[in-house]
Design a protein around this ligand. Sequence first.
Ligand code: F6P
Length: 517
Amino acid sequence: MSDTALNAHADRLAGSSLRDLAEAGEIRSQALTLSAAGLEFDATKQRLDPDALAALFECARARGLEGKRDMLLSGGIVNATEGRPALHMAYRQCGHLEGSDAAALVTRTQAETRAFAERVRSGDFAPSGVTIERVVNIGIGGSDLGPRLVADALSDHAEDGPELRFVASLDPSDLKHAVAGANPAAILFIVASKSFSTQETLMSGEAARDWLAGHVGPDRAGAHFAAASAAPDKAKAFGIDPALVFDFPDWVGGRYSVWSAVGLALEIGLGPDVFEAFRDGARAMDEHFATAPLERNMPMLKGLVDVWNRIGLEYPARCVAAYSARLGKLADYFQQLEMESLGKSVTVDGKPGPTPGGALVWGGNGTEIQHSFFQWLHQGGDIVPVDFIGIRRHFASTDARERALAANMAAQGAALLDGRKVDRALEPELAAHKSMPGGRPSSTLLLDDLTPKTLGALIALHEHKVFVESVIYDINPFDQWGVELGKVLTKGILDGDISSYDASTKALLARTGLIAD
Ligand code: F6P
């Protein structure tokens, strides 16, 4: 999509200094900073002034953002190409859904996963006579990235429980590493797959069962498996005990599924109460999203800032820089959430564009990334806005390393904003090399502390801000047709049916021996 008013404001602000904008006064700062659910969002380092912001809000109103938000939260068909709602918020007991069928179903399945988690944790579930010590989640995409992120992020909050490991790759080495050093009799495998037809997950699941059969015997191996799926019949047909198949409905999208039975490994490993607190934090963000006015609504403001950078200033990418060792998987998680949701250029009505879709998202952990790709952000030829995500407690911590971590984060935002002009008279040889252009925008997101609740709120914030962006771009954020073709072509290759493939691919396959010429 293009928006003439936004582009006019972008042209007007193109040459202005970010430092001048940042110093433009209280009204701008107040409009660009807000707090909710244990998070603070600060967009004062963005190339935005009150007039441009007003144009963004006007654009949001013109596209019916608030009405569409209500439709999402009350179970409207927001995923038109698959004819269904997107109700992952039901798993957070979102107030809008009270008394609905969705809420009733969730109450039932949450009781089931909690009871199973407690059985595993207490040692009552012991298929080979010993307490489960390791849980291996086998899944990919949304059935992997959420559990993997949360397991790591909340490891300091975990109540004593089995160790969590993850298998996503078809590379046999992944499974080998996940079971290394474990007592096979004390392992529980959870096969997490919404469709229960994902090649990687099923092949790894079968390999895990074969491996286990070699240790505890073929009769017992199956008892060490549970499943989380929206296709429970397929999970049962795979051989998983029906009592250990935890289902969820198809209105939970894969990349929105960590709240559902897909979080079973977390409920077992971190403890059901920690998992519940994680969902509570998301609910706090849901309530804020549902009720705060447009101008003071964090997912709306965050989404509109990202829209501004994408279609106003036409920046193709956004970098997520998380200043917490425990948020090492955050950029990967946001990458799927945003790029699988917004990587589309067809409108909801099926018209080709002209929307560019959402931005490319990538990132990593501060300060490590300062010593790898930040050079590119500071002096490279492209401008990529950065989201700095940090912990407010660190700023005033008594631990010098935590304060240094916070200082580094603040310094990077300042450096990107201001840059540096080295005087040629003082350094005739190196002035140009050492100068940094600045004028590179960023946002800062602070979690009061990294807790189950703030992590839940952080993820829900991003889920909702993705929805906000989708409304402005007029695309469906809940389907992912673009990943299908590769799956079909892989099958063709494995079946040996490549007559319709291009010459380059045929030659590659013949050369490498996968398919005879
Ligand atoms: O191929 C993409 C995708 O469908 C993602 O949307 C999903 O999260 C992932 O594969 C795994 O799918 P499933 O949970 O059905 O195994």
